[in-house]
Design a protein. Structure first.
Length: 97
């Protein structure tokens, strides 16, 4: 009986650990300055970022994105420290109203 309870508790902990949402990921917000075919350039507090539009799940990118839109980009937390900085692994992009 104790083994069954322990097994159920272990299963519950494993399932809870699998349920993450996109909004739990690191994010950055800014204004779209330029729109390219596969990326956008945003300005976040005076710092430019190239953001890839090749998301892991393309359905998580709100389209169309236009110059002047305020957006929030959810990504893996890695930023290429070039100029402008680059974000490659994108999980979602939302347009803020």
């Amino acid at each position: 009986m104790m083994k069954k309870i322990l097994a159920v508790l272990l299963l519950v902990f494993c399932l809870v650990g699998c349920g993450g949402s996109v909004t739990d990921k690191p994010s950055i917000s800014g204004t779209v300055v330029e729109v390219y075919e596969n990326s956008i350039l945003i300005d976040s507090d005076g710092s430019p970022y190239y953001v890839s539009l090749s998301a892991e799940n393309p359905d998580n990118i709100e389209r169309p994105i236009s110059v002047g839109d305020e957006v929030t980009v959810y990504f893996d937390g890695n930023v290429a420290e070039s100029y402008p900085m680059q974000i490659h692994k994108v999980y979602a992009i939302t347009v803020n109203e």
